[in-house]
Design a protein around this ligand. Structure first.
Ligand SMILES: [Zn+2]
Length: 156
């Protein structure tokens, strides 16, 4: 965890402003996320809950879906997460895995709580020893190199 916030403050403001758009009638826990790519583009998402709870999608994965749909495979520079809690929010385990799929060695996740404190993490802090594309390739027995979805981060 880093006390230094490398993410411009306006991204935190933009994420907070999206909270009313969240569809969170069951949890009453709105979340918004903004993905900033290494190409400089931004993609937004909010949590979209469903009466069939398992069909709920988190804000972070909604934003990454928009990034993929737009064809931006430059890699994630930052994921900014906003909620209404006093403390900063870190992504759930499923979102950490999806962020890692498109992460670079420098990817950070940053959140500013309603109390005004910002916390920024490196993705490797949130998901150490992650299962990634190279680990998948290693288990296939194929000699063909995998197609990197972005600048590879797990080069071991
Ligand atoms: Zn999540």
């Amino acid at each position: 965890m880093s006390s230094v916030d490398a993410v411009p403050a306006h991204h935190h403001d933009d994420a907070r402003d999206l909270l009313p758009n969240a569809h969170a009638p069951y949890s009453n826990f709105p979340v918004a996320a903004i993905v900033v790519t290494t190409a400089g583009a931004t993609f937004a998402g909010v949590n979209v809950e469903n009466a069939a709870y398992g069909s709920t999608i988190c804000a972070e994965r909604m934003a990454i879906g928009a990034m993929v749909t737009a064809g931006d495979r430059s890699g994630i520079a930052a994921v900014v997460v906003a909620g209404r809690a006093d403390d900063p929010l870190s992504p759930c385990g499923s979102c950490r895995q999806v962020i890692a799929e498109f992460a670079t060695p420098a990817t950070v996740v940053s959140s500013r709580g309603a109390a005004g404190i910002t916390t920024t993490w490196q993705i490797d802090e949130l998901l150490p020893a992650a299962f990634g594309p190279l680990a998948l390739h290693a288990g296939t027995g194929s000699s063909a190199a995998p197609e990197p979805p972005h600048p590879p981060r797990d080069s071991e």
